[in-house]
Design a protein around this ligand. Sequence first.
Ligand code: APR
Ligand code: PHB
Length: 391
Amino acid sequence: MHIQVGIIGAGPAGLLLARMLHLQGISSVVLESRSRPYVESRIRAGLLEQGSVDLLTETGMADRLYKEAMVHEGIELVFDGQRHRIDITALTGRKVYIYGQQEVVKDMIVANLAAGVPILFEAQASEISGLEGERATIRYTHEGKEEVLTCDYIAGCDGFHGICRDAIPPQLMRGHDRIYPFGWLGILADAPPTRDELLYCRHDNGFALFTMRSPTVSRCYIQVPPDEDAENWSDDQIWSELETRLGKHEGLTISTGKITQKSVTAMRSYVAEPMRHGRLFLAGDSAHIVPPTGAKGMNLAISDIYVLSKALVAFYKKNDASLFETYGATCLRRIWRAQHFSWWMTSMLHNLPDASPFDAKRQVAELYTIATSKAGQTLLAENYVGLPFET
Ligand code: APR
Ligand code: PHB
């Protein structure tokens, strides 16, 4: 079978690309190694920038989001026994939306399948080739059979552990990596959110984040050692640690409830350059990952696809291949700024295992600098709400 664009991976990146190409009459097939129930229930982050929501709206995939998402106009920084609100909407005119990534994925799957865009679940791509030739080839296994798909272009939307990044010759590829000496223990709990906005807390015991999924479900994270086993933490210990890190902040009492899910995520910053090799384009987590402190992972996947879809549409509609040449550089400008923001938020709010008392005091001073200055708050707000999409 020959198709215009072969897409590997049915995460937010691959599914959004399939939708955007379909709306322009460009054919694609999405190959996804996991089952549909698996990708629809995988718990990931859940904060969408205004620009991401605008793109989901333009592509007709935001109906349920507008009914169910929680719209946020600010966040609170909690440190040194105090709470400081950053009024994101007053500072930027924009908002952010809490809506779980798996809900975004469900909406994208429904929209694509309803339009007849093929998504093959349990289709594992094993090899891609022909990237420098006349056409590209994807070998994959589906329903126990070895299959071959040829395409004009391949979108490598297969996440951090996929196969596409490794198909770029190693002598051309440079990976920029930073591994943090801590992880996040994340929980979902049947507990109403402690506050109606997100709380980012710095404490001498480590970082804590209070976020949410609905008026009855809280999502909370605490900084733990990177190799921590979530099973080492009883529910009581988790609530007690959240209470310690957040407690005593101007009378806040945390709301507790039954913990329904818990897992530990390692924290890493990574950028692959280049993002294109011949007929292959990397997008989303296959090309970069960020620590979740800045809530940028899903939003970067969406902004990459905005740039890639424009390049593919220019080629197929106007026979203009110039945007292929600039794809990587355009994405990477925004990616590096999001990398910086994610690193900055992470370094400002987490305890390094070897931090000295000087480091702790400096960190608190930095938080005061940001929280008490309009310029500081604006810098944080502009980055948090998301930089403009470019092409
Ligand atoms: N063949 C087919 N599918 C594959 C293969 C393969 N060889 N390898 C990986 N995949 C699939 C994975 O199962 C996954 O569903 O590719 C998909 C990649 O999706 P995501 O990991 O969600 O990546 P992306 O679409 O770039 O979205 C980035 O995900 O991890 C979060 O924080 C991250 O929010 C960000 C978002
Ligand atoms: C989430 O809701 O899961 C979330 C929100 C903000 C973050 C990270 C995770 O910075």
